[in-house]
Ligand binder design. Sequence first.
Ligand SMILES: C[S@@+](CC[C@H](N)C(=O)[O-])C[C@H]1O[C@@H](n2cnc3c(N)ncnc32)[C@H](O)[C@@H]1O
Length: 276
Amino acid sequence: MAYLLSKENFAKIGEFIYRKSGIFLEEEKHFDKIAKYIDKRAAELGMDSFRKYFFRLRFDDKDGEEFQELMNAVTVNETYFFREKDQFEVLVNRILPELHERMPAGKPLRILSSPCSTGEEPYSIILHIVEEGKVVEERDIEVVGIDIDSTVIQKAKAARFTERSVHAIPKPILSKWFVKKGLGWELGEELQGTVDFHVANVFDKTQMRKLGKFDVIFSRNMLIYFDDASRKEVAMTFYDMLNPGGYVLLGHAEYMSRIVSVFKAKKIDNTLIYQK
Ligand SMILES: C[S@@+](CC[C@H](N)C(=O)[O-])C[C@H]1O[C@@H](n2cnc3c(N)ncnc32)[C@H](O)[C@@H]1O
């Protein structure tokens, strides 16, 4: 059976997705995924053409639900605890002590995980902070996680993880902070609610501004889905959201020097970090 989506219309919806979310879809790689999604969604809405679906998405979506459904379908949410682990160690051993030293007493230290997917990244930050212990005893640390996909944010809030997701957590840490539940693991009560999660699009300036200022921003494995212009826009948004001297950490395949030149790059124990 033919799809409702034609190659020509793929270009139209691809452009719409790109403009609204920065996600750059390629016809060769993503046509089938988007076409299947539109067939399914149009059937649910009782529509028989791409035109009707696209009209609803663009002009009849006042509460943004249709766009949210589409985002939930197109995003790639791959993540796991302690991914690119060296960065968490640099955070607790080098960055936090330095920020703690130079920040006025009583001011909380704020860390943003953008994007956080199902929560493994911000909870890995929390686990490293509580395990390291020194700074957290003397200073409030707030961790915020955001993602454009509302289904992953729901899962992050539920704090239940698969065996695969926790595979890289050392066993003593896993049994100390998690409870085995059925086939997976649930975050223990002490750490429940330690991350403040929100659905937010990094291209939505109002949503991003509402989150406030941060001292550290983790933005790992999202910019790879964007093109250069979108990467630049997001990098500048992060720059504006950082307090002076704050840091950005990117995924291992992402380099700030290729995007913007406003940050100072520093190498600590083979980990690149970028300072405002
Ligand atoms: C591969 S995951 C990375 C998760 C985590 N940072 C990590 O490295 O394990 C990429 C996430 O980026 C999110 N994302 C894509 N575009 C976004 C946007 N415009 N605003 C916020 N999040 C976005 C996706 O929903 C997805 O959950």
